[in-house]
Design a protein around this ligand. Structure first.
Ligand code: CP3
Length: 341
């Protein structure tokens, strides 16, 4: 049993005393103790060593106090398991030295045995569940197939992912074959994560908003929907799309338990577009955590008033930034915890 089940209740749409709170990318990134580990072990070593992944996952729970933990890992462990070489270069982010940018290269990508290739993730989940000892729920995650394709084709991070779009529009058949391979792998992977013990899963479509609405349907949403269909009866699914407010109506009919929104969509628009009944998650501007704690508190209370305390999960609109002072992150979490309607 889980002691603090606010998140799970909000995902079921039940009425709660106050909304649950967690922060996207809360594991790692900004905590001083994480920075120390970062000096000692490279990124994928941290992901692949269950003891380290557990330590980093639990760190924000002990030091900042959100209502849910998110497993320390990365969306790119999935394409790694598909046989693609990916490096994490300090200061640069993910690099794919041989981008998947021709139909021939797509054909070489494998749909792996996820039980074997990603066993280290399930071991990390089991160890983290032991360590959390039922205190708060554990969220597992995966990238959306489109967001993963962006890195595989472009070869590195980008503001526009122009090469990824070019590939989709010039070689649509190959692009869809790649998206389907990522989707099949992701479904099997998330099912194993559920077996290992995660209490909810989030799909990160960080780059969905780069596509125009019709292309979004074709290259992103179609595959998100397949994943939701495969998982929704086993675990609550949170579908997060950055810049994807235009798709909220369709997303609300998908079987997802909650939808993540970013700060460019006002609460009442998000409620309107999503039909008013589904749980929403978001949407504090991560850069607003640079404000003074007293201002953060005020803005958070306003945000909850606008979304309403029920069917709502307080969160940022995207990941926390690496140089946010810990006290400001704490002010965000505490502001939600002290909220009374
Ligand atoms: O809450 C958490 O931090 C849990 C673990 C987590 C990481 N990545 C660890 C990480 C999660 C949920 C992610 C998701 C992820 N990874 C996304 C989707 C969310 C988003 O932020 O849009 C994306 C696009 C990636 C790909 C990725 N991984 C990038 C672009 C980078 C480099 C830039 C950065 O710092 O975000 C990474 C590296 C990465 N993943 C780090 C961490 C803690 C930082 C590098 C390091 O610690 O060495």
């Amino acid at each position: 049993m889980i002691e603090n089940d606010l998140l799970l209740r909000a995902l079921r749409g039940e009425s709660v005393e106050r909304p649950p709170v967690w922060m996207m990318r809360q594991a790692g990134r900004y905590l001083p103790d994480f920075m120390k580990l970062k000096e000692k072990y490279d990124f994928f070593t941290r992901c692949r060593t269950p003891e380290l992944a557990t330590e980093i996952t639990v760190m924000p729970i002990r030091q900042v106090g959100p209502d849910a933990a998110i497993l320390f890992s990365d969306i790119l462990v999935v394409p790694q398991a598909m046989g693609i070489h990916i490096e994490m270069q300090p200061g640069k982010g993910p690099v794919v030295p041989q981008p998947i940018n021709t139909p021939e290269k797509v054909e070489q990508v494998i749909v792996p045995d996820v039980q074997e290739e990603l066993d280290y993730v399930y071991q990390a989940i089991k160890l983290t569940k032991q360590e959390l000892n039922g205190e708060v729920p554990l969220i597992g995650f995966a990238g959306s197939p489109w967001t993963i394709l962006c890195y595989l084709v472009q070869g590195h991070g980008s503001k526009t992912f122009d090469k990824a779009k070019k590939f989709c529009f010039m070689e649509p058949i190959a692009a869809h074959r790649l998206l389907q391979k990522i989707t099949d792998t992701t479904i099997a992977y998330l099912k194993e994560k559920v077996k290992a013990g995660v209490d909810a899963v989030q799909l990160f479509d960080s780059w969905g908003g780069l596509l125009e609405p019709k292309d979004y349907q074709e290259f992103s949403w179609k595959y998100m929907q397949q994943i939701i269909n495969a998982l929704k009866n086993e675990v609550p699914v949170i579908a997060y799309g950055k810049g994807c407010w235009f798709a909220l109506k369709q997303m609300s009919q998908s079987g997802a338990a909650a939808l993540g929104v970013d700060w460019t969509c006002e609460a009442r628009n998000a409620r309107y577009l999503s039909g008013g009944n589904i749980t929403l998650q978001g949407n504090f501007d991560p850069a607003r955590l640079y404000s003074k704690p007293i201002e953060i508190r005020h803005m958070v209370h306003q945000m909850i008033n606008e979304f309403g305390k029920d069917r709502y999960i307080a969160n940022l609109g995207h990941g926390i930034l690496p140089d946010i002072p810990v006290d400001n992150a704490r002010a965000f979490v505490d502001a939600v915890k002290e909220y009374r309607s």
